[in-house]
Structures are given as structure tokens and as C-alpha cells.
Ligand binder design. Structure first.
Ligand SMILES: *[C@@H]1O[C@H](CO)[C@@H](O)[C@H](O)[C@H]1NC(C)=O
Length: 203
């Protein structure tokens, strides 16, 4: 990844550009709740996002060089300026078409394992929710109908090319005969939660 190019683009305030073969975007999302989300995206992967509570950019990918520190500061300054921009854009949008519904797309979901699913062998379940908008989504895991929170890890959401999002939740587990795992996905565009299961029902 051409990090120096990214630094240059951000400090000149570019919103979107193509650097050599990499697609670079500075995306901000404005929510009706007045929340603002700012992401730095390279090749459809979020590499950093602004945390307005902590007052800094948070790197979403590990192992970036030290030079990133200075860049984070500048990126955060730019992120902050988009708050006011967001609020004024939303104000204009609401004025232009009062009561117009915000975009909403319901997710589809899919549960699969990292490894085959052999009994007594440590494994990971993945629950992929895809094609949803806006980005807020909830995952709830259950084992045999009982909610589990231990071993659950929610990855950060990712952008799709069409502007929707996908996000993965993982659960580490050891398959045992008869155990059934489920992943419940809740999203504002869904009429009711979407639940997918893994494992065989006991006969
Ligand atoms: C997600 O979970 C939070 C906290 O439990 C809840 O307030 C919110 O309504 C949930 N969102 C959806 C879409 O169900």
C-alpha cells in the first residue's frame, strides 16, 4: 500500500482518488441521529476510522509503519471538519424533501465454519451479514437455544462496492454431536430478526 500517497492526498483534502493501482476514499456517513462516521478506505477495506469520543483515528488494520502517527493526526483534523459538513448537508436534504425515508437495505446472512466441522476439534463459526444499509447491525449467538457471549468476536463492518455493508461475527467453539448453533442478525431494515443455524438437530 502506498502510504505516502495516502498522506499526501489527505493533507490536500482530496475526497477520492486513484493512486497507482489502489482505490483510495475518504468516506463520511451522516446519520439522522446527527452521528457522523468517517472512514478511510483503501481498495474497499476500511484502514482507519475516526473515533470522536476518543478524539483520534483508530487503525482498523494491524501492522502499519510508525509514520502513520503524524498521518492519523491530520486525518482526524479532516474528519472533524466533516461533522459540520454532515450536519449542514442533512439539514439541506431534510429541507428539500421533508419526511423522505432514509435509504434502508435489509441484510442477508450465512453461517459457515472455518474448518470442516469435525467433532471434538476446535473450530470457528462465522456469521456473515451482507448487503445492508445503514451500517448498524446486531449479532446474537446461541448454543442449543441459549445465548452465548463468550468466544464471540465482531469484526468491523466493511464496504461493498454498491455502498452497502457487510460484517462478520465469529464464535469459537468445539463441535459436539447434537449441538445446534444459531446466529441471529438484527437490523433496522428487517421486519424480524434473521436467524441461521449450524449443526444437526438430534433425532
Ligand atoms: C441492537 O442492540 C441494541 C442494544 O441491545 C438495541 O438497542 C438496538 O435496538 C438493536 N438494534 C436492532 C436493529 O435490533
Amino acid at each position: 500500500m502506498a502510504l505516502s500517497a495516502i498522506i499526501l492526498l489527505i493533507s490536500t483534502g482530496a475526497v477520492s482518488a486513484t493512486t497507482s493501482s489502489h482505490q483510495f476514499h475518504y468516506i463520511y456517513s451522516c446519520y439522522e441521529s446527527n452521528d457522523v462516521r468517517v472512514d478511510v478506505v483503501v481498495d474497499d477495506v476500511v484502514i482507519a476510522y475516526a473515533d470522536f469520543n476518543k478524539g483520534e483515528m483508530v487503525m482498523a488494520v494491524p501492522k502499519l509503519p510508525q509514520s502513520v502517527k503524524e498521518w492519523k493526526k491530520r486525518a482526524y483534523e479532516i474528519a472533524k471538519t466533516s461533522i459540520a459538513h454532515c450536519h449542514s448537508s442533512l439539514f439541506t436534504a431534510k429541507g428539500a424533501d421533508p419526511g423522505s425515508p432514509m435509504r434502508q437495505e435489509a441484510p442477508d446472512s450465512f453461517v459457515y465454519t472455518r474448518y470442516g466441522g469435525e467433532e471434538d476439534v476446535f473450530n470457528t463459526l462465522y456469521c456473515l451479514a451482507n448487503h445492508f444499509y445503514p451500517a448498524t447491525i446486531n449479532f446474537t449467538w446461541a448454543k442449543n437455544g441459549v445465548e452465548v457471549t463468550e468466544g464471540v468476536f465482531n469484526l468491523r463492518y466493511q464496504h461493498n462496492a454498491d455502498g452497502t455493508f457487510h460484517r462478520i461475527s465469529t464464535l469459537t467453539f468445539t463441535p459436539q454431536e447434537g449441538d445446534v448453533y444459531s446466529c441471529k442478525v438484527e437490523h433496522q431494515a428487517l421486519q424480524q430478526p434473521l436467524t441461521k443455524t449450524w449443526g444437526k438437530e438430534e433425532i
